[in-house]
Ligand binder design. Structure first.
Ligand SMILES: NC(=O)C1=CN([C@@H]2O[C@H](COP(=O)(O)OP(=O)(O)OC[C@H]3O[C@@H](n4cnc5c(N)ncnc54)[C@H](OP(=O)(O)O)[C@@H]3O)[C@@H](O)[C@H]2O)C=CC1
Ligand SMILES: O=C(O)[C@@H]1CCC=N1
Length: 269
């Protein structure tokens, strides 16, 4: 039996726990850590999984999944380092943090895999990108892939691309939510009741996502909606006039830069 401990069961940590349970892992194979006793009780009641302290998790788990905010990593590593089981695999879900940080702070030879997941994990539709650290081999990558496939899709990427991936798919769902929110507001502007506006936009988003998922090119799909001298081209002209495409390029670049900066905050020296 492989014991998996989720360290920090917040939004992403809880989504992973629930996904692993849905995917067939038993509660007895899972552990989690949380700082607040109320949260421990809530999660134990919801999932039947044992909440433990970080030292206990480190002594018992074969796979330690780190899901705390990047800003909270240092005290967690202080607790983890003296207790981690020889050969245990460390899986980091933290934005920006390089595998070298864990390798420096944990016992020599600890295998580390860096992952960038996203919140659609709660509906089994995560996009996760994984990269091996210095001591992680093909077996470690396959194990992480197997775990993450229970909550969505997985791609292997060189670690040098993880900050960009974080900006694209890690933060990506927020851009879509932002767009949907703005489109629902546009419905209000046009006098459509909020409920109806939300239904019109959300179902359009689901339909569009399904069409994209058939590997059709977004340009072809957009062109099929855009009739000569019709309504859509009038809207596209406004999007171009307001620089929406350039705004997205700049926004995603800013997110990439922030991910890199979060990593640099933990550089040696
Ligand atoms: N949210 C997202 O969309 C994504 C997040 N990530 C990454 O996942 C990680 C977690 O993010 P998210 O789930 O949003 O954050 P949350 O704040 O929701 O979850 C982190 C949890 O860890 C707890 N925690 C912090 N330190 C410890 C500790 N030493 N021991 C036990 N528990 C601890 C926090 O408790 P407390 O409430 O007390 O702080 C909190 O409940 C981040 O590193 C983020 O970069 C990656 C991809 C997507
Ligand atoms: O905003 C963040 O920092 C995290 C990482 C990717 C998505 N959310």
């Amino acid at each position: 039996m492989t014991t998996i401990a989720v360290l920090g069961a917040g939004k992403i940590g809880e989504a992973l726990l629930s996904g692993l349970l849905r995917g067939g892992r038993s509660a007895g194979e899972l552990l989690f850590t949380e700082r607040h006793p109320g949260r421990v009780a809530e999660l134990t009641e919801r999932y039947g999984v044992e909440g433990v302290d970080v030292g206990d998790a480190a002594r018992r788990a074969d796979v330690l999944v780190v899901a705390v905010k990047p800003q909270d990593i240092e005290p967690l590593l202080d607790e983890l380092a003296p207790a981690v089981k020889p050969g245990a695999l460390v899986v980091s879900l933290c934005a920006g943090l390089p595998t070298s940080l864990y390798e420096r702070r944990l016992p020599e030879g600890t295998p580390v895999v860096r992952v960038m997941p996203n919140t659609p994990m709660v509906v089994g539709e995560a996009m996760s990108a994984i990269s091996a650290g210095r001591h992680a081999g093909p077996g470690h990558l396959s194990l992480v892939e197997e775990l993450l496939r229970t909550v969505g899709k997985v791609a292997r990427v060189p670690e040098g691309q993880q900050d960009a991936v974080t900006a694209l798919s890690g933060s990506g769902p927020a851009y879509f939510f932002y767009l949907v929110e703005a489109m629902i507001d546009a419905g209000i502007l046009l006098g459509i009741p909020r409920d109806l506006s939300a239904r019109l936009i959300v179902q359009s988003a689901i339909g569009a996502a399904r069409m994209l998922d058939r590997d059709e090119h977004p340009v072809i799909l957009r062109e099929a909606v855009t009739s000569p001298a019709g309504t859509t081209i009038m809207a596209i002209r406004e999007l171009e006039r307001h620089g929406v495409r350039a705004a997205l390029l700049a926004a995603i670049e800013a997110a990439r830069d922030r991910s890199a900066e979060l990593g640099r905050a933990h550089e040696e020296g």
